[in-house]
Design a protein around this ligand. Sequence first.
Ligand code: PAP
Length: 419
Amino acid sequence: MASQVTCEHRLNVRWLGCDGDANTGKDDESEVNVAATVHFLTVNLLFENYLHSLKIQSNGMSTYLVPDQNTCHQPTSITGENQIPTEEEQAYKKLDEKLKSLLATLPKDKGWRSANIYLHEGFWLSPQVIKGLLMINNYFHAQSTDIFLAAFMKCGTTWLKALMFATTNRHRYSFSDHPLRRNGPQSAFPFLDTHIFLDYPITKFEHLPSPRMFATHFAHSLLPTSMSSPTSTCKFVYVCRDPKDALISKWHFMSKLRSKELPPLSFNEAYELFCNGVSEYGPFWDHVLGYWKASQESPEKILFLKYEDMKKETSVELKKLAAFMGMPFSAEEEKRGVVAEIVKLCSFENLSNLEVNNEGGGAQKFTAQVAVENRDFFRKGKVGDWKNYLTEEMRERIDSITETKFKNSGLTLGLTKEA
Ligand code: PAP
């Protein structure tokens, strides 16, 4: 059975079944969030076997850029013509069953976007990303030249994606006609946590040229050893941010994505959950500490950056980043203004004003059910916006958690030079 809907306005499609995720009730029946003003959006609902797959086709629904082809990769959904290899299907079904039984054993609490999140190996995760994690651990093979951009939510992924893509591909594109201008940073490279299952049954990322780049929000301890072991040569760029700003940013972002069936999450409630570590990919402090310690042990493998340092001295941090990725800027490039061009191209002011990052500009597909408008990744892009939200008592509580958690680690948050 297949049905097709074409419309020009906000489209709210009730999800009728399970997309292959564990069927955990309400969590997986979340509303399909589709970009508000994506024009001529066509949605095909394709029902096959037990799997209900939603295929969204739209000019603005990009996933990630394929540099050599200069196009965006569109996930291949299951269709009549696109038969699944039986072996892969079997493996996928097994994983699905594993996820269902795993979720039944895990402690759960309130989610910020969906009804519940689950505590898995010390971190709070949504069922969708637990599925992604199982798939990464079972099927993803890091290549020696891979570069992973890791961060807790709302700490600078969008910015770093743009900087890393522009730096790596600086010989490929001119700055005046750059794919980032047309497609935006979200499309720069895949968000591994969920893109791993956008192509059914598994995305193989075969189209990506070396060095492949991926973004992830997963904690260091959750990743497979092919990625995290100090003996594997793939690299990590980690960016952290003052937790107070990350909290404010996350609350705004998740409130926009929150299922309309759930009551809104008040700021005070979000604050309380955050302080208790209960937020998607949290606890924040354990996330940061995991990468910090790993970066201390293997500085050649993990570059640890801070959003605040990047805001203050973007060129300095960018040069550090390029050198770490094995592509340092030459003196001649600096003289030609390449560093300054990249900083300008990737600035909040430039990116947030691009057509693709404005209303109706486009969206990203994260799971079969969730698409996020590009413009939602840009809000203020400032350091210290928390001052507009937190009372002195609230600030003190977060700062004292940070102090206690980071004691003796050698890590301080905020500007490195002021520390
Ligand atoms: P994600 O976790 O959903 O991937 P992420 O990109 O890490 O989000 O964080 C978004 C934050 O970075 C937003 O912060 P704010 O809510 O405090 O404003 C966003 O505005 C900010 N941001 C996005 N792009 C840039 C940029 N080019 N320069 C500086 N900040 C940016």
